[in-house]
Every structure is written in structure tokens, then in C-alpha cells.
Write a protein that binds this ligand. Structure first.
Ligand code: FMN
Ligand code: SF4
Length: 625
């Protein structure tokens, strides 16, 4: 009953009173998929006794809520405990109603509702916050909760968490729609079961007895209780989780579908596209140009699929798990190394018949020479990372390890790697939070400490900047200040890789800077302070991937850049036990890779292939010159 001013009319929309509505708000698609499954199950349960409709919150006219009889909401939670964008205006409107004195606080008294919240335990107090906020909003407008909110964590498989709750929900929905607790066929089945075992309890927690009565199963919103796996969450849940596997079956399936080979329970390997490119003589990655990596002999892997961030530009689209510390079952390093190598070789073998593959390179690719520990997740989280690295070095495999600057102690404890990267995704606390969406509350301190820890390392260190237009390209001077913390040997600056629409990030091709913009940004960082300009210079570029590297001038020996690596020398030094530094295993950079070279970082022994549209545009440009 609205007092005035065009507010919704309670009397209209009687057909809505005859249906059950499943509303969802999702960003990555999980809540949407669960909502659709719920609709199918409800339809089977209710048959013709009630119509079941489904809608995204963003498409739903919230005014209609005042004439709905029963709504089940499936909603995920995002940064700072907020609903996904599809739920923003729905939440804002409910908030508005709650605070507007002209709106009757019994406005939703006719509504029966239940909520399924999706989230991650890793977010602590923010776990499923959006679901709880919605619960409070609906309750404040006198809607009746028919069952306590079910909260699901993405760190475990969903069905075992959800099914017990659904078993309780369906009879309550039936009751809300028909006034009778169960469909007649359920009564018949229950009677048969009771006959077979009249001693057994239907509900282990004894809460089912009143569920069928109008309001009997409702919980008070004031004593909000989560139901996880059909039981209240809280005490004991972490104990239950201590030795669980890192990757849920849903995550495993999603990653496998994308071409990852999952190794053991927390590692993975995937064939990099540059490996394939160079096997076909079409050019190596920028690390070939800058550091002499043979891309066809490079294996991209990770011993930890989990990470402590949810970066907006993550090309995994958040199909991997998150975590702040290692709490999962642990696989031994020997097993990971051996199985990762075996899987990589199997993947290489599958390329045998691919047109253009150079047979000598295919053979050479079976002897892996480099390992990029950067595939996905946070390799440094793996507790046996040092043993794993030593095993790779023993096999003469160089190690390029990328960490996301949230584990400074792990950086300090790390044994020598060929090249250690720290991702520097932003230059201010606010931007870092917006871009990396970190799990840690003290993410900035951890970030600064990680950069500082880099300064103490003797072997090659790199800051890696991934530029995203409208996100992190506004603070060249601030980046300059961060350089003084870690004084890395190299600063790689690369434009974000666009991998199609990312449901969880909203990045489009417009966010990808051009090569010239990357060059300009690199120049702006160097010229942001006199000290930086004294110590660093832009050394190499790889136009193919919009990437440049700034190097310490100490790598320019007698006027010749030495950004490449003498890998044999590195292995000698790494196994000798002697102290050694970055300059001890550097090698001259070929002229074609140096900034300003005509080849723009493309190895002249390779043949560049352009996608069709780009080749046409290039021809047109050349014709008009
Ligand atoms: C950037 C980002 C931020 C997140 N923040 C939270 C959070 O604050 N609380 C929480 O419980 N879950 C959080 N999650 C986990 C998601 O809610 C969870 O993965 C959910 O299953 C996603 O559902 P959807 O695919 O329907 O969007 C976050 C996930 C991402 C990618
Ligand atoms: S260094 Fe990275 S991009 Fe280059 S070949 Fe190896 S995995 Fe691929």
C-alpha cells in the first residue's frame, strides 16, 4: 500500500500471485545456471499446481514484487560484498522503499521468499554478503522468509551443499502456493516409506515438523542463519575443509574444457599459443625477443591453481580457485614435475600433423628448456616451490616465475630462479584494489613489502605491468615511485591481452592500448624522475604483442644491450652453490630486438602471419603511402 507518488499498485497483477518466480543475479554465470536448474526441479515437483517463471534481476520490474506470492532468489556476491551488476538497481530500489517514509513497511507482506547465496569462504565476513543484505531488505518490508538463506561456497562442489536445502525448500514452496505442505504424490511416497521404516526420522535436525504450515517454516530474519550442506555453517566448517582438494569438480571441468591438463589436485599445464606459433616458424613470444627464450621449448605450468586475487584482466575468467593460504591437500614436487613434463610432451605430440610445423623444432620441443611458472594462480603459494624449482633446474629447465605481490615472505624465502617477476598491476591502493580485487585486507602493505623484497634478490628481477586503458594507465609518476622500492633489473610493460568478453571483468577491445601508447607510457615512467632516467632505459620492444622492456643501464655493456640470458651459464651457477648475480649470466641482445629496430622485435628468421582483417588493413595502408 503505497501512500502516493506513482508507487506500485498492490492490487494489480493477480496472475503473479499464482506463480513461483525464480530471480537470479549473476556475473560469471554460476547463479544463472543454478537458477535454471532450480526452475526445472521446481517444475517437476509442482507439476501443474503452480507456474514457475524465471528472470534475471536486471530484467525484472521491481514494482511487480508487490504482487508476487513466492520468490526464490539465487544471487552471487562481488567485491566488498556487493551484488553483481545485474542486482544493483534492484537492491537500490529496495533500499529506497525501505527508507522512504511514504512506503508502507508492510508492502511485501504477501510475499514468501527464500534465498540461495553464492560466494566464496575465502572472503571471510563478506561471504555471501549480497544474499544476507537482500534478506534484510525483504524482511524490512515484511516479506516472509520460508527457509533460512542457503549459502554456497565456490571452494567446494555445489550439489552436496545445495541438495539438502532444496529437499526442505520444495514442500515449503508447495505450501506457499497451495496451502498444502506436499504434493499428493509426495504424501503417497512418504506413506510408503513410513510403512517400510516407521521408526526412521525424515528430518535429522527435527525442523521439518512445522514446515508445511503457513509460516511454520519461516525463520526470523533477526537471527540470520546460514545453511550450508543443509546444516548451519560456522564452527567446525574449517576443520572439515583441512585436507580437501583445491579444485572442485566444476572448476576442473571448466579448466579442462579450456585446454588445461590438471596435474594431481592443484597443478596444471597448458600449451602456450607462442609455443605453437614458433613450432610453425611464425615467431616467438616477447620473451624470445627480450631474453632469448625458445618458445617452442617452453612449458607453461603452475603448481598452484589458486590465487589471492581476482584481477579484472585475468584471462582465466575466474575459473580457478582463490585462497589466502595453503589449506588444501598437498602433492609432492617430484610427482608434479614429472607429470607436468609428461603432459606437456603429450600436448606437443598432438601437433605433429599440424600444417607448417617444422619437424626439427617439434623434436627439439620434446626437450623442454624453459618453464614459465605463470599459467594461472599463484605458484609461490605452493609450500614446496623451492624443491620444485630445484628439480626443474636439475633437468636444465630455466624458471621464469611470476608472483602477484601478495606473499612477501615467500619471495624472501625463494631460492634462485632464472628470472623472478612481480606483477605491478596498479600504482595506488585504490587502483590496485579495483584492478586486482585482492582477498587480503592489507593487500597494499603486502604489495609494497613484496616490491621491497625484490630489492634484496641477487638474480634477475622484473616488474610486470599490464596496461588496461581506463583502469591503470593514469599514474606514470606513481609507478616511477614504486620502481624505487624494488629497483628491478627490468620493467616489462605490456598491453592487456583481450580474450573475448570476460563475464567477470567487462573488458572490451577498447581497453587494449596500442603499441605506441605502451611505448609512450614507458617513456613517461622513465622520465618521471631524474634518478630513474639515470638508471634505466627503454631497451627492447615486441610490437607483435604490444610489449616493451625497460632495463637497468648496467645491462648495456660497451654500448650493447645484454638483456638475453646465457642459460647454460645460469644452470652452472645455480647448481654450483656459489653466490651469483643477474649480470653473471647475461648475454647480448640481437639487434632486431632492440628498441627502434626495423623488425620491431620480430625475429627475422621467422615469418610473420597476420589475421586476415589485419593483413588487408596493412596492405591498404601500404598502398596509400
Ligand atoms: C571479483 C570477485 C569478487 C568476489 N567477491 C566476493 C565476496 O566479496 N564475497 C563472496 O562471498 N564471494 C565473492 N566472490 C565469489 C563469487 O561470488 C562466486 O565465485 C560465485 O560463485 C560467482 O557467481 P556468478 O558466477 O553467478 O557470478 C567474488 C568473485 C569475484 C570474481
Ligand atoms: S614464456 Fe610464456 S608466452 Fe613465451 S613461450 Fe613460454 S609460456 Fe609462452
Amino acid at each position: 500500500m503505497w501512500s502516493s507518488l506513482g508507487r506500485p499498485d498492490l492490487r494489480r497483477g493477480s496472475s503473479r500471485g499464482e506463480r513461483v518466480l525464480v530471480l537470479f543475479a549473476s556475473l560469471g554465470g554460476t547463479a544463472k545456471a543454478e537458477a535454471r536448474q532450480l526452475v526445472s526441479q521446481l517444475r517437476l515437483y509442482l507439476l501443474s499446481r503452480a507456474h514457475v517463471a524465471v528472470s534475471s534481476m536486471s530484467d525484472y520490474n521491481i514494482d511487480d514484487l508487490t504482487s508476487e506470492r513466492c520468490v526464490i532468489v539465487v544471487i552471487s556476491t562481488y567485491t566488498d560484498g556487493l551484488p553483481p551488476p545485474a542486482g544493483t538497481s534492484f537492491f537500490a530500489m529496495l533500499e529506497d522503499w525501505r527508507n522512504d517514509f511514504r512506503v508502507d513497511k508492510a508492502a511485501l507482506a504477501q510475499l514468501r521468499y527464500a534465498i540461495v547465496g553464492l560466494g566464496s569462504h575465502e572472503y571471510g565476513e563478506q561471504f555471501c554478503r549480497a544474499a544476507h543484505t537482500l534478506d534484510r531488505l525483504l524482511h524490512s518490508l515484511s516479506a516472509h522468509r520460508i527457509l533460512p538463506t542457503c549459502t554456497l561456497t565456490d571452494t567446494a562442489d555445489i550439489p552436496p551443499q545445495l541438495t539438502p536445502w532444496l529437499t526442505r525448500l520444495f514442500p515449503l514452496v508447495h505450501a506457499a502456493m497451495t496451502g498444502s505442505p506436499d504434493p499428493p504424490e509426495i504424501h503417497a511416497a512418504a506413506a510408503a516409506a513410513a510403512e517400510a521404516d516407521h521408526e526412521s526420522d525424515v528430518e535429522s535436525d527435527g525442523s521439518a515438523s512445522d514446515d508445511g504450515q503457513e509460516g511454520g517454516g519461516e525463520a526470523e530474519a533477526d537471527d540470520v542463519e546460514d545453511i550450508v550442506g543443509g546444516k548451519p555453517s560456522g564452527e567446525g566448517s574449517s576443520a572439515r575443509e583441512t585436507a580437501r582438494e583445491m579444485v572442485t569438480s566444476r572448476q576442473r571441468a571448466a579448466l579442462t574444457k579450456e585446454g588445461y591438463r590438471i596435474v594431481g589436485s592443484h597443478s596444471a599445464v597448458k600449451l602456450c599459443r607462442w609455443t605453437k606459433h614458433q613450432l610453425r616458424g611464425r615467431g616467438g613470444c616477447y620473451k624470445h625477443s627480450f631474453y632469448g627464450i625458445e618458445s617452442y621449448a617452453c612449458m607453461e605450468a603452475t603448481p598452484s591453481l589458486a590465487c589471492a586475487n581476482k584481477c579484472v584482466f585475468c584471462w582465466r575468467h575466474h575459473k580457478n580457485p582463490v585462497g589466502k593460504e595453503w589449506r588444501w591437500a598437498l602433492d609432492p614436487p617430484e610427482m608434479i614435475v614429472q607429470q607436468t613434463i609428461d603432459n606437456h610432451r603429450q600436448l606437443v605430440k598432438t601437433l605433429k600433423g599440424m600444417p607448417g610445423v617444422i619437424p626439427e623444432r617439434l623434436e627439439a620441443a620434446m626437450k623442454i628448456r624453459h618453464c614459465a611458472l605463470s599459467l594461472v594462480g599463484e605458484p609461490i603459494m605452493y609450500p614446496h616451490i623451492n624443491e620444485l624449482i630445484a628439480m626443474l633446474h636439475e633437468r636444465h629447465i630455466s624458471t621464469f616465475l611470476v608472483t602477484n605481490a601478495q606473499f612477501p615472505e615467500a619471495i624472501r624465502n625463494l631460492k634462485p630462479v632464472t628470472q623472478l617477476y612481480v606483477s605491478v598491476d596498479a600504482a595506488t591502493p585504490e587502483t590496485l584494489k579495483a584492478v586486482d580485487r585482492p582477498l587480503f585486507g592489507d593487500y597494499w602493505d603486502r604489495f609494497v613489502d613484496s616490491l621491497t623484497a625484490l630489492r634484496e634478490r641477487r638474480q634477475r628481477t622484473v616488474y610486470r605491468l599490464t596496461l588496461v586503458k581506463q583502469h591503470n594507465m593514469q599514474d606514470a609518476c606513481e609507478y616511477g615511485r614504486l620502481v624505487s622500492l624494488g629497483r628491478p633489473d627490468f620493467i616489462e610493460i605490456k598491453s592487456v591481452t583481450y580474450c573475448g568478453t570476460s563475464t567477470a571483468s567487462h573488458l572490451t577491445i577498447k581497453h587494449v592500448p596500442y603499441h605506441q601508447e605502451v611505448l609512450n607510457f614507458a617513456d613517461a615512467i622513465i622520465s618521471s624522475s631524474a634518478e630513474l632516467a639515470d638508471e634505466y632505459e627503454l631497451a627492447c620492444e615486441h610490437e607483435h604483442s604490444n610489449c616493451v622492456v625497460i632495463a637497468k643501464k648496467s645491462f648495456k655493456i660497451d654500448g650493447v644491450w645484454h638483456t638475453w640470458i646465457d642459460y647454460d651459464r645460469f644452470h652452472q651457477l645455480a647448481t654450483s652453490g656459489e653466490l651469483f648475480g643477474a649480470l653473471d649470466y647475461c648475454a647480448p641482445t640481437p639487434q632486431w630486438a632492440v628498441r627502434g629496430a626495423q623488425e620491431k622485435g620480430f625475429d627475422p628468421i621467422e615469418t610473420r602471419h597476420y589475421p586476415k582483417g589485419k593483413a588487408r588493413r596493412l596492405r591498404q595502408t601500404q598502398d596509400s603511402q
